[in-house]
Every structure is written in C-alpha cells, then in structure tokens.
Design a binder for this molecule. Structure first.
Ligand code: SF4
Ligand code: SF4
Length: 337
C-alpha cells in the first residue's frame, strides 16, 4: 500500500492547489475549524468536526441559476475543478446521500456539475470527534467504505493511502510516495478501525426509534413536546450534511433584466410547505419536526439502506447546535423511551 510522509503534507496540498480549488481544514482566529480555501498559514491537521459540513461546496447557501440580460436567457452552471481534503467519513456519506437524492427522478444539473468535478480525500476518523458522534450506528464511519477518491489513515509519521477511484490514482501522480507491504498495512488499518470504534459506541435507541417510526408507534405527545420547544431557527437543517431543501427566488433588476437564484430553506419553516391556496399540510411545528425525523430515519432507509445510505449519517451536528436540544440523538432517545 502507498504511504505519504506527514511532513510532506503542506507541499502535497500546494501541488494539488495548483490545479484545483482546494478546500482543507483551517483554524480560525477564535479556535474553530472550518473547511476553507487552502492556505498554508491556517491549514491544520489538528481539527475536530467542523461546525458546517462541506455540503456548501456542491450546494451553496445561495446560487444564481440563470440570468436574463436584455431579454436573453443565460443559464449559469458553475463548476470548477475542486478538491476537498480532510473530509470525515460521515461527511463523505453525507455527500453520497445528498448526491443520491439530487439525482433521483430528475438530475439536479447545478449540484451535479459541482459534485462531479470535485475530488474527495477522506481522513479516516481515529476517534470520536466529540460525544455526539454516532457514525458507527448509521454505518457511515469511522472510515469511508466508498465514494472517496483517496482515503488517508494517520498512523503517526505517515498516512496510509487507500485509493478509491481512477481520479484518486491521478491525484497521486507526481506526489512523493513510499510503499508499505500490503499485509502490514492491512493490520495497521484493522487496528486503526478497532481503536476508533471503541470510542464511538453504538446508539441502540436509533434502531428502536426507526422501528417505532416504521410501526407508527410514536406517541404524538413526543412531537407536541418538541414542537413546543423548537424556536424555528432552521439551524439543524443548515448544519446537516444531508439536508438539501431550497427555495427559488426571482429578482427583476429592470424590465428584461434579472436573475433567478436558489437558496437553502428548511422544512421546519412554516412557509416551506404552505401551498398557493394557503393550505399547509404541515401546519404545526410538531408536524414539521415529525416529518423531518421521518425523513432522516425512515423514508430514505426504505429505499437506500441496501447501499448503507441513511438520511442521517450520525455526524451529531444537529445535537451540537440546536439551541433547545432537539438534535436527532435527543429525538431518537425520546422516541425509544
Ligand atoms: S440529522 Fe443531525 S446527526 Fe443526522 S446527519 Fe443531519 S445533522 Fe448529522
Ligand atoms: S435547530 Fe432546534 S430550534 Fe432550530 S429549527 Fe432545528 S429543532 Fe428547531
């Protein structure tokens, strides 16, 4: 198996940055880590789960999808050759899940253009990033099974390099590499995964909550109680790597000139499902929360579990950031009783 020396990582990222818009973990002045444009000065390998997943790389918070200039229609499909370095396996699974959704029924050309032109380098998780990680329960970690171009295992001074695609092979061209005997590398990876799993225990209430949802045995009071607490900030949807709700806005600058843009929306907002007639099928916050969690834990499973794809990838961000503690972990515990 190929290996990379950790001391060379800045040099390697510099090489990749010459040909790609490179996103990598960056440490901010306040100590937070984000996925940002690669910069040697802010780049860090000492990072935890960034507050925002890298979904905005493929699905920006707001993007123009067409312009009308002097009555002429111009579609805007923006895609530059990108590379996301340092993804965790839950976020890799989030990309696979969102990509599956965005190509179901009708291909979303704006998402597809960005996603297919971006390479991914996963950094296998050596341990839980914090107490809300539950990727082993949703089959999305601690290491990625597929979808990546390269996956790196940090073994101290060197990264073991798993190649996941022909594009991954191309990324390694011109990079300083060494070799480790396959059997020895496999042992190291098995040990890595075993150690990581010990720090990310299975959350048994997820499976029992899924069963109760499937059997329609969840008391309405569970949703009423959460609905009474929710302040409708939408934060849980915005931090979630698999949430892809959006709304579309038209803006006229002058007669014959304007644009259409789409921007993130959230199923927890009252207006999201309000119909033109004024009727709203999900009229209360309780119903909206119920639908959100069915979407995360029930419906996708019916169609996607064969491929290990679940609407929730166990990143724990909704539990980290909901100001009133209505993350998926809290919800499954309440459902499971
Ligand atoms: S529902 Fe919560 S835990 Fe699941 S993927 Fe979204 S943010 Fe992460
Ligand atoms: S983050 Fe919490 S309070 Fe905000 S919309 Fe989501 S559930 Fe409601």
């Amino acid at each position: 198996m190929k290996t990379l020396a950790k001391k060379d990582i800045n040099k390697i990222l510099g090489i990749w940055a010459q040909k790609h818009a490179l996103l990598a973990p960056a440490k901010m002045d306040n100590g937070d880590c984000i996925f940002g444009a690669f910069d040697e000065k802010t780049f860090t390998l000492d990072y935890k789960k960034p507050p925002l997943s890298p979904k905005s790389f493929f699905f920006p918070q707001a993007e123009i999808i067409f312009r009308v200039e002097n009555n002429k229609y111009n579609e805007v499909v923006a895609a530059k050759k990108g590379l996301i370095f340092g993804l965790r396996s839950c976020d890799m699974m989030g990309i696979r899940q969102a990509s599956s959704f965005m190509s179901r029924d009708n291909e979303d050309i704006y998402y597809k253009a960005r996603q297919s032109s971006a390479a991914t380098v996963v950094m296998a998780c050596p341990h839980a990033q914090n107490e809300t990680c539950f990727c082993t329960t949703t089959l999305s970690g601690p290491v990625a099974q597929k979808g990546f171009d390269l996956q790196l295992y940090d073994t101290g001074d060197v990264f073991l390099v798993e190649v996941g695609s022909p594009r991954g092979e191309e990324l390694l061209a011109g990079i300083p590499l060494a070799e480790m005997e396959e059997a020895k590398a496999k042992l190291k990876i098995d040990e890595f995964i075993k150690k990581a799993r010990l720090t990310i225990p299975e959350v048994k209430s997820v499976a029992s909550a899924m069963d109760k949802l499937k059997d329609k045995k969840v008391a309405e009071k569970v949703w009423d109680d959460f609905g009474a607490k929710c302040i409708t900030c939408g934060g849980c949807a915005f931090v979630c790597p698999t949430c892809t709700c959006f709304n579309v806005y038209d803006h006229q600058n002058s007669p014959g000139n304007g644009l259409r843009l789409r921007a993130w929306d959230a199923c927890l907002y009252g207006g999201f499902t309000r119909e033109a007639s004024g009727h709203n099928p999900r009229v209360s916050q309780a119903l909206r929360l119920k639908r959100r969690h069915e979407h995360k834990l029930l419906d996708y499973n019916k169609t996607d579990i064969q491929d290990g794809l679940c609407g929730c990838v166990g990143c724990g961000r909704c539990s980290d950031y909901c100001p009133v503690h209505i993350g998926t972990l809290e919800v499954v515990k309440a459902i499971a009783g």
